[in-house]
Design a binder for this molecule. Structure first.
Ligand code: GTP
Length: 348
């Protein structure tokens, strides 16, 4: 029988940089063959579509968190199939509000002899952590991590990074830790050397450890298996483009109440600029990067808004007129292009 395939879980709060890490990994796989499962909270699996351009055979699970789901969501079957393909490891990107322990349980609990739990990699947005924008659960989730990726180091200074590190130490002093910008984790650390606990020197987690981690007496307000995603709502808008870029800019700059995360893509058409922009906002930090047109099966425009207590009615109203184009507004795209990191670099 072939040796079991490690299944690595890639977790992290909304917008921490999980998809960025995964894309980096796939672009720098250097001969390693990776299978990928992507779970997204929105009704359209934006993350899976963002990753699909990098690798064949991404298995997407949208519309909620896998962590609480049952066999009927097809995850176990998909994983069983993936580990029997010609891959060295499988990476499962969780939704940004999934419960990591429950995800680990799903993998550890699979009776399939071909599935080996390969550890938990947890991505932390250093800027959000430093600003106190993360819910307490998001930091607490790092305690089951084998490798913590402290991402977005470009947005904070050294002293701030050190204080985020000290905070992480209080939760999980044994996990290996790397500091990154743009999710640039060395695949050798992630796939070859870690996060398998025996290789990074942390204690091997057993199912018992995990159960204790979730049910332990130190769990305080977290007792009773409250999951972060129970507090979150999403609204997904899909439209036939092109969009009015100024209306989209208004949405990302002044999102509806409760909105923490915005992601998706829009098509813009004017004399000045014609193309697809990948939209992303995390706690008010906006990016709108030029992108290739979406492939088969994707709407011309998709925007997903996520937040705790998201005002869904306002979100619906805010998205209603996004395709009301002003044909005379040739330079409207600039209202979004100013959030394009490449344009900003060029201008600088
Ligand atoms: N400045 C900066 N931005 C980053 C970095 N890494 C990722 N981003 C941006 O942060 C946003 C969120 O990144 P994603 O990789 O989509 O985050 P995610 O964790 O997959 O998000 P969800 O799946 O929605 O929870 C995107 O706009 C990224 O381009 C970084 O190191 N620095």
């Amino acid at each position: 029988m072939p040796s079991p395939t490690p299944v690595i879980i890639l977790g992290g709060f909304l917008g921490a940089g999980k998809t960025t890490v995964l894309n980096h990994l796939l672009r720098h796989a250097d001969g390693r063959r990776l299978g990928v499962c992507v779970n997204d909270f929105g009704a359209v699996n934006v993350d899976a579509l963002m990753v699909a351009s990098q690798v064949d055979g991404v298995v997407g699970f949208g519309n909620g968190c896998l962590c609480c789901a049952t066999d009927s969501d097809g995850f176990d079957d998909a994983l069983a199939r993936l580990v029997r393909t010609d891959v060295d490891a499988v990476v499962v990107e969780t939704s940004g509000i999934a419960d990591p322990v429950s995800m680990i349980r799903r993998v550890v609990g699979m009776a399939d002899p071909q599935v080996a739990y390969g550890g938990m990699v947890y991505v932390v947005d250093a800027a959000a952590a430093a600003a106190g924008d993360l819910p307490a659960e998001a930091l607490r989730h790092t305690r089951v991590a084998d490798l913590v990726v402290v991402n977005k180091a470009d947005l904070v200074d050294g002293a701030t990074l050190a204080s985020v590190g000290a905070e992480l130490d209080t939760v999980n002093p044994t996990a290996a830790r790397v500091v990154t910008a743009e999710g640039a984790v060395d695949p050798a650390i992630l796939v070859d050397a870690g996060p398998r606990p025996e290789r990074v020197g942390a204690e091997q987690l057993t199912l018992d450890d995990l159960l204790r981690a979730q049910d332990g007496p130190d769990d305080g307000a977290h007792a009773g298996h409250h999951h972060l995603h129970e507090d979150y709502q999403q609204f997904t808008w899909e439209g036939d483009g092109p969009v009015n870029p100024r209306a989209v800019a208004r949405l990302v700059e002044r999102p509806p109440a409760g909105c923490y995360r915005i992601k998706g893509w829009v098509e813009v058409e004017s004399e000045f600029f014609r193309g697809t922009l990948e939209l992303s906002a995390v706690g008010g930090r906006v990016r709108a990067a030029r992108a290739a047109r979406r492939g088969e099966g994707a709407s011309r425009n998709t925007i997903v808004l996520i937040g705790a207590g998201l005002d869904v009615a306002s979100a619906r109203v805010a998205c209603a007129d996004l395709t009301a184009v002003d044909a005379d507004d040739e330079f409207g795209p600039l209202s979004l292009l100013r959030y394009d990191p490449d344009t900003a670099q060029g201008a600088g």
